[in-house]
Design a protein around this ligand. Structure first.
Ligand SMILES: *Cc1c(COP(=O)(O)O)cnc(C)c1O
Length: 466
């Protein structure tokens, strides 16, 4: 499988190079040069398969040329063997047509583990063959940082530097990062906001001398391999509910448009997806874009679903690429316009093409709490604020009554215990396997939000590591 950039001018790469590169050199994002697709017989043959075997069947076309079936299966067994539930991502029934797909049984209790556990193993495997050391740099407002650190801790030939805004992540989130004491893990608390941390990361990537010297790489959801790993659970859930004979809808709590884009890929590959409901909180740029064509950047309002408090959804570019007829030069012009004016008007023809598969909803705090209470009181399920936004959008969606709707449950309720307690009156408990988090030793440095200080720290630590 070959991959092309959404902006049309970066070199075509194979799976291995795409995984290690993250972002394309022309500023675009990598996508497969064509969407693979399954026949209905191939999808029907996924019935009864374990999660690992489903993963091999779904990801096989994307890794072709880089990994054979046995190698892919061994990596999936290692990645998903660390999940605490025998089904890996169990599907739970809420009522006669609403279902919940629990994606949070991985080591750090959010759905990002599904992709990052595999990505960590792919990095190690691909680096083993090369004379290269990789420096992963990221900024986090919580979930991505802990999932990436867990996935990369102790792995050979890679160091990870994770920036978080000092005092602005929850204590559980901070401890999930800072209690990982592996020598290749470096936590930096920035004296500033999440936006400051993200701007510093961007500046380091833009500093070509620095980026090349330390071989910088990214693990945020612009990395294609992450999206690929997320396509799997759409098939896994869809087949359990009757695909390919019966269409299934999904409601996806959305921030960077990564998770829901994986659902789009599943549909392109032949899964009968009746609808993808893009569920946003009051930070509703995607809802505005899909419903009225207005993709313009506002200011971020903090909510109790912080992983969706996003203004620019980087993976939306991948959908725009297909809506531009996969014309990289045309999309490049569109994105240059967007980057200078911070707004983009999506033409009616593109919007109606997207509307064939996507619908969207903006869920405010009251509606979110109502969904959390409904799940708790009526279905015996405690859900977190992100998942509750997905469920509210699923319940409000106008869909044919015969179609089952799967809400993706993206975080364990105990990760957001205060918000859950406010809505339901019950405080969820942290699973025993991470319960002793509060007794463990922490290690992190505090640095000012200045590029010079961060680059110096990276350089010093990398010398030690080498
Ligand atoms: C990251 C995250 C999301 C948003 O996922 P995207 O792929 O960025 O759209 C939703 N919920 C939780 C709990 C997350 O950590």
């Amino acid at each position: 499988m070959q991959y092309v950039s959404t902006r049309g001018s970066a070199p075509r790469l194979g799976f291995e190079d795409v995984t290690l590169a993250g972002l394309a050199s022309d500023g675009g994002l990598y996508v497969p040069d064509q969407w693979p697709s399954f026949t209905t017989a191939e999808i029907a043959a996924m019935r009864g398969l374990s999660y690992v075997d489903t993963a091999v069947a779904v990801m096989r076309p994307f890794v072709a040329g880089a990994l054979d079936d046995q190698e892919l299966k061994a990596l999936c067994e290692a990645a998903y063997g660390r999940f605490a539930h025998a089904a890996v991502v169990p599907l739970k029934q809420l009522d006669h047509r609403q279902w919940l797909l629990e994606l949070f049984h991985g080591p750090t209790l959010a759905f990002k583990d599904v992709a990052l556990q595999l990505l960590g193993l792919l990095f190690e495997r691909f680096l083993a063959k090369r004379d290269t050391h990789l420096t992963v740099i990221g900024a986090t407002s919580g979930d991505t940082g802990s999932a990436a650190i867990d996935a990369l801790a102790g792995r050979a030939k890679v160091d990870i530097f994770m920036l978080h805004p000092k005092g602005r992540v929850s204590e559980v989130q901070r401890r999930q990062m800072t209690t990982v004491l592996a020598p290749n893990v470096h936590n930096i608390a920035i004296e500033g906001s999440f936006d400051d941390a993200q701007a510093l990361v961007k500046a380091m990537f833009a500093d070509a001398g620095f980026a090349n010297r330390f071989n910088l790489s990214a693990v945020n959801s612009i990395n294609w391999a992450r999206l690929m790993a997320q396509v799997v659970y759409y098939f896994y859930a869809g087949v359990q509910l009757g695909a390919p004979d019966r269409p299934v809808a999904f409601s996806v709590p959305t921030g960077n448009f990564g998770d829901v884009f994986a659902g789009y890929v599943a549909a392109r590959m032949g899964l009968p997806v009746a609808k993808l409901v893009v569920a946003t909180n009051v930070n509703d740029i995607l809802h505005r874009a899909l419903s009225t064509g207005d993709y313009s950047v506002g200011t971020v309002t903090p909510t109790s679903a912080p992983s969706m408090d996003i203004q620019v959804s980087s993976n939306f570019e991948r959908l725009l690429f297909d809506l531009h007829g996969r014309d990289g030069a045309a999309l490049n012009a569109t994105m240059n316009g967007f980057e200078s004016s911070r707004r983009l008007d999506i033409p009616a023809a593109m919007r109606s093409e997207a509307a064939g598969l996507f619908s969207s909803a903006r869920i405010d705090a009251d509606r979110m709490q109502m969904a959390m209470r409904w799940a708790h009181d009526r279905a015996g399920e405690t859900i977190d604020p992100h998942s509750a936004i997905g469920l509210a959008a699923a319940q409000d969606a106008e869909l044919d009554a015969s179609i089952p709707v799967v809400t993706l449950a993206t975080a364990h309720p105990a990760k957001f215990g205060d918000a859950v307690e406010r809505a339901t009156g019950v405080r969820p408990t942290l699973p025993a396997r991470i319960g002793e988090l509060f007794e463990r030793q922490e290690r992190y440095v505090v640095l000012p939000a200045e590029i010079g200080a961060i680059e110096q720290f990276v350089a010093d630590q990398s010398v030690t590591a080498a």
